[in-house]
Design a protein around this ligand. Structure first.
Ligand SMILES: NC(=O)c1ccc[n+]([C@@H]2O[C@H](COP(=O)([O-])OP(=O)(O)OC[C@H]3O[C@@H](n4cnc5c(N)ncnc54)[C@H](OP(=O)(O)O)[C@@H]3O)[C@@H](O)[C@H]2O)c1
Length: 248
């Protein structure tokens, strides 16, 4: 039985590697950087199978999906974790940046789910790493937030369509990883309710084993999710913009 982890070279991705490596025969570690993949193999040993793929590239995504079909592996876990983010108004993005973000955050995860389904049996798990930013629209991370809302919606539907497989959208708030810039226009950035990557992964695995379709790892962000359900989004958007205005 194998685990497939995209973005395995990132902070949350490596935590998944650490937690799953003893549960499976091998981990297909998907990443775009060969030397980071080689370092992962040095650290975690022969169970790591490095798979080089740039998930902003349609050909690489399709080639990886073909590799899955050709190998017909028994997949115990699929973790779609690769992702990119940038805080800026939409008008400051280039078309290429926008296209890459949507391809990495959504297209790759969606196609890889489809490619894995035939090789996942009862009791296997899909974890799609979304974000608490999926719970409401968030100006200035509009594209990221919308891409994660897509992933949340897609994952919950997939969970209903495939009763034997548990599909969980993992929705952490701020996580202390290299994705988050340490400083903004006016000095260092404060991230309320920030947690470690280890905490996100522990609670994601606990929640998927319980059969949950959404995993939110801290009380603070479970409360924020509740708030976004009971408060009009024009109000929660105003609160968000007020909180981040000093950094943009
Ligand atoms: N940090 C947070 O506050 C936070 C909050 C909620 C959700 N998340 C989500 O958690 C996931 C992991 O992020 P992280 O915080 O662990 O950040 P990270 O350390 O930057 O990891 C991101 C991973 O995605 C990979 N990646 C980026 N572009 C890629 C591409 N074109 N092709 C293949 N792989 C690519 C990176 O590869 P390289 O190593 O080559 O760069 C890296 O392995 C993301 O989906 C993110 O949206 C993060």
């Amino acid at each position: 039985m194998i685990a497939i982890i995209t973005g395995a070279t990132g902070d949350i991705g490596e935590e998944f590697v650490k937690k799953l490596i003893n549960e499976v025969d091998s981990v297909w570690a998907v990443g775009r950087n060969e030397s980071k993949l080689a370092a992962l193999k040095d650290t975690y040993g022969e169970k790591i199978v490095p798979v080089k793929a740039d998930l902003s590239d349609k050909e690489d995504i399709f080639e990886f999906c073909r590799k899955i079909a050709d190998s017909r592996p028994e997949i115990g876990y699929l973790v779609n974790n690769a992702g990119v983010a940038r805080m800026a108004p939409v008008s400051e993005f280039t078309l290429e940046e926008m296209s890459d973000m949507l391809d990495i955050n959504d297209k790759a995860a969606t196609l890889i789910c489809r490619a894995c389904l035939p090789y996942m049996a009862k009791g296997s798990y899909i974890l799609n790493i979304a974000s608490a930013s999926a719970f409401q629209p968030n100006p200035y991370i509009a594209l990221y937030s919308a891409s994660k809302a897509y992933l949340l919606s897609f994952t919950r539907s997939l969970n209903v369509e495939n009763e034997a497989i548990t599909c969980t959208a993992v929705c952490p708030g701020w996580v202390d990883t290299k994705m988050l810039p340490k400083s903004g226009r006016n000095g260092s950035i404060r991230y309320p309710g920030m947690v470690t990557a280890a905490k996100v992964v522990e609670s994601a695995l606990r929640d998927c084993h319980k059969g949950k379709d959404v995993s939110v790892c801290s009380f603070y962000y479970r409360y924020m999710r509740f708030l976004s359900k009971v408060t009009p989004h024009r109000v929660t958007m105003k609160m968000w913009v007020r909180a981040i205005r000093q950094y943009i």
